[in-house]
Ligand binder design. Structure first.
Ligand SMILES: [Zn+2]
Length: 295
């Protein structure tokens, strides 16, 4: 594993859950208080502890665990990690709190939707009530030199939060996926996807004075004075239009996914770079957008 030094205060690493590279970035903000952004799935526990050590921190020195949302690839390992970090407190969206305290339904839903990938990620552990708090929109987490602000950014999931610093934003899946090699972002919109809220969240993120968009999938992307989010927004619109056309002509979700892959620039290459996850992820996004159109 390699530690990337993004700035004096921000390091990140490729979690490589179950050996899958270039899929999940874990960020650590180093300050008077130290925060880890995202935990990855349960199967990444050993690697995340290694990443914390590479950042020069002991488990006792992590103060905050800040997931963007609680899907298995983002916080499935949260309960496991908190048992290893005696002084850390987690913050989650109010709608996520009950599922973190009792992850049974989340686990069952994930197994139904993700199938064998859920088994690979591993089952989440419940978080003790004194280790996690719900975070309202606009809440500030004071790390000393830097304050991170919780920005509710529903769309991908109703309980999604982006973490906003001075010029850095940890975007989770609010902007979809970004492939550094292609420098293109694409939607990730599994059911229950809300397109109206997703675009509102994109606009909220676009209104910030941001230099870096820190994707979970995958890595830091230069914001380029709004150009990056503009690219993402137009890709969301293009996908929805293409999927609406599929619904209108009676195409099924798999056929629409095939058409997406041929019609959207660069998208076929994501199948190669992201391996096992990717085919299912794009199909899931098509299903999410179809449900939104049906509703
Ligand atoms: Zn994700």
């Amino acid at each position: 594993m390699e530690l990337h030094h993004h700035s004096e205060q921000l390091v990140w690493f490729d979690l490589q859950p179950d050996g899958v590279a270039d899929f999940i970035s874990i960020y650590i903000w180093l300050d008077e208080k130290n925060a880890i952004i995202e935990t990855g799935p349960a199967c990444g526990l050993e690697n995340i502890m290694q990443g914390i050590a590479m950042a020069g921190l002991t488990p006792e020195e992590i103060d905050w665990v800040l997931p963007t949302h609680i899907h298995l690839d983002h916080f499935g390992g949260g309960g496991h990690l908190l048992r290893e970090l005696p002084n850390a407190q987690a913050l989650v969206h109010p709608k996520a709190l009950k599922h973190v305290l009792n992850p049974q339904r989340l686990w069952e839903g994930s197994r139904a939707f993700l199938g064998p990938i859920a088994e690979m990620y591993g089952e989440p552990l419940q978080v003790a009530p004194n280790r996690v708090t719900a975070v309202e929109d606009g809440t500030i987490v004071d790390l000393g030199g830097t304050q991170l602000c919780a920005l509710h950014t529903p769309g991908h999931a109703p309980h999604h939060v982006a973490w906003v610093g001075d010029h850095d934003v940890f975007v989770g899946d609010a902007l979809g996926l970004w492939y550094p090699g292609l420098d293109l972002g694409f939607p990730v919109t599994p059911p229950r996807y809300n397109h109206a809220l997703a675009l509102e969240s994109l606009d909220r993120l676009a209104s910030l004075d941001t230099e870096w968009l820190h994707y979970t999938h995958f890595g830091p992307r230069a914001a380029r004075e709004g150009a990056a989010i503009t690219q993402v927004r137009s890709e969301f619109e293009a996908w929805l239009a293409l999927i609406a056309e599929g619904v209108a002509t009676g195409e099924d979700a798999a056929a629409t996914t095939k058409r997406l892959l041929t019609e959207r620039p660069g998208l076929t290459q994501t199948e190669v770079s992201m391996g096992l996850h990717q085919a299912g992820t794009h199909l899931g996004s098509v299903r999410g957008m179809r449900e939104w159109l049906d509703a």
